[in-house]
Design a protein around this ligand. Structure first.
Ligand SMILES: [Zn+2]
Length: 83
């Protein structure tokens, strides 16, 4: 069986399979797992978040605007607490 989550195969994927996890906000982590939220929408998450339930997946935020900076991350954490 081919390893779909390791090695050279990842290099062909967008950003080499890495990015910011929309749930735990880890940056530069491998986003190779998907969870379904309550709307039936697939969210791509990291390994740690691969087992979350639909309710947690609903809290996923858009990572398009998240940079690598801790400042942005803190801001997002704050927004999460409000919601
Ligand atoms: Zn995660």
């Amino acid at each position: 069986m081919a390893k779909t989550k390791r090695g050279k195969g990842l290099w062909n994927t967008p950003s080499r399979g890495r990015g910011t996890c929309p749930i735990c906000l880890s940056t530069r982590i491998k986003l190779l797992y998907s969870v379904t939220n309550s709307n039936g929408k697939l969210v791509t998450v990291c390994k740690k978040c691969s087992s979350v339930n639909a309710k947690t997946a609903d809290k996923a935020v858009s990572t398009v605007i998240i940079g690598f900076r801790g400042k942005l991350r803190r801001e997002l954490d704050r927004q999460k607490q409000i919601v």
